[in-house]
Write a protein that binds this ligand. Sequence first.
Ligand code: PRX
Length: 657
Amino acid sequence: MSTSEQANQLYVPSDATVKAAHVSGMEAYRKLCEEAEADYEGYWARLAKEFVTWKQPFTKVLNDSNAPFFKWFEDGLLNVSYNCLDRNVEQGRGDKVAIIFESDDGQVTRVTYRELLEKTCRMANGLRELGVKKGDRVVIYMPMSVEGVVAMQACARIGATHSVVFGGFSAQSLRDRIQDAGAVLVITADEQMRGGKQLPLKAIVDEALGMGGCDTVRNVLVYRRTGGNIAWNARDVWLHEVLAKQATTCEPEWVDAEHPLFLLYTSGSTGKPKGVQHSSGGYLLQAALSTKWTFDLKPEDVFWCTADIGWVTGHTYIAYGPLANGATQIVFEGVPTWPDAGRFWKMIQQHKVTIFYTAPTAIRSLIKAAEANPATHPRNYDLSSLRILGSVGEPINPAAWEWYYRNVGGSRCPIVDTWWQTETGAHMITPLPGATPLVPGSCTLPFPGIMAAVVDETGADVPNGQGGVLVIKKPWPSMIRTIWGDPERFKKSYYPADFQGRYYLAGDGAVRDANTGYFTITGRIDDVLNVSGHRMGTMEIESALVSCTELVAEAAVVGRPDETTGEAICAFVVLKRPRPTGEEAKKIADELRAWVAKEIGPIAKPKDIRFGDNLPKTRSGKIMRRLLRSIARGEQITQDTSTLENPAILEQLAQSN
Ligand code: PRX
């Protein structure tokens, strides 16, 4: 079967799935969409009352008087941690397991809602003892752990704004984020365990703080995970010592709906990562709502989102959404390929996981691993507990979709291919499992109430079947509120003048199917790459390369398609010394990869590094990236090169692989 034939195949949900679903059938889906069309604010207000418990109810729904700085439910008071924890205990779910934690080496710990509430209260009291107050920023640089989730919940409880930094980021990246956020506290662990290895965390925090510029940080709170050797400074505090003194209850800080729950840094098209600021009320509403509808979550489900809490997926679909629904979920410390590539399947079997949410890159690498070692193929495991599968972070190619559907889902579980972003806070375009017929490779239709559209550069709708730019026409409750400390950049990036500031510009291209109206995401339209579902700016990597001033004169970074990681990073580098070849080129390329790992993190290491005497430039000195993209893909250059100053360089770069 060809890819295009596969992509046209429709998978219709079974009658039983439809009947039991929260959103039951396309009729119900359409009704919700119509409700939102007819009375947009009324629709969201209804759901905000149903899904969020308010200390003081809101009377205003949407305030668009200072667009695009929209406010939702602004006079409502709530506490996010109350909604995720106390509410479940009060409603009789105190003894229900909230988190099944599996460590890297396979040890399993279960934490009930009552225990999670107590842990959160103790940590929240500890934070208060350390002087953390409402509105303060707290950076969390933690491994996947119960304590990581508790740290986020504890910040929410006292109204502190957390900013989680993925444990794979370097000291430099961590420092930039601590500094930009003006954090008063960093919560970390001595070390983290991944794939049987002990990796430093606290040492990286020390290095980051040692770089200077982080004077706002008063303390570093350290969770003892491995007991490994670490340096100790006057500002350091052991988490267990602080917790030992704390009460197991803690009055929540009631905050208004717009209070910033968290900042999460993500890459844009310029060098500096941006601190995406999220709200409390609107964010919680859509985290809770989408977890319930997109995954058709039921009380007896065992939910597993394999993301790290350092990414937005781990915020919405680990730290907040499942807990707000009183669900039982898995939190996994390790990696999918250790001790072998059957780890995910083994865990699904052991914990009887019913809903499994992962990234296409993980699927593709596990397909490869199963081909290399058939013992790790999902068919060797009992995966009959599974009911619903999800995909997130990057386009899922139809071949990977089919494999996932057949081999993991036993041709019985719908796959929800969820399109969304750090900025959107929750799913925006996604199938609903008991309603939407599926097409491999398409994220299908907007979540009810989300006004997604494909438009041209002027903002005019393009007909179905024609590609264009993906926009959201109306503000939604869980949307980004601003870029921390840079409201102008927020406006310019997401509400540009091209569309008269009317529409949210997602930064992705999309096309809607001529017959079904289904959306397919065609990839980023800016200088952002998506490598293994991780978002990275080309400029960010270029800045890192040229900061190696001893070696590098100039660098340009582009993406090229990669079978496993979706996209791969390809760097073209001009050195301050003659162009290296052979072994020398390999050696310098390795040095530069290590440099980028140190500057940003290992996820940003270029896969290909090519050296040239120069880069292809126009007469005015502009680098012609589209030519570099063709070279990176190994394509013949068919584009117009008449404006190129130095055409001979193309041949040299093409040969330099
Ligand atoms: O390009 C889209 C891609 O990931 C980008 C958002 O990245 P990030 O903010 O890191 O959030 C990732 C997790 C939500 C989008 O602009 N993307 C995300 N989900 C999909 C996707 N591309 C295609 N299909 C998806 N389901």
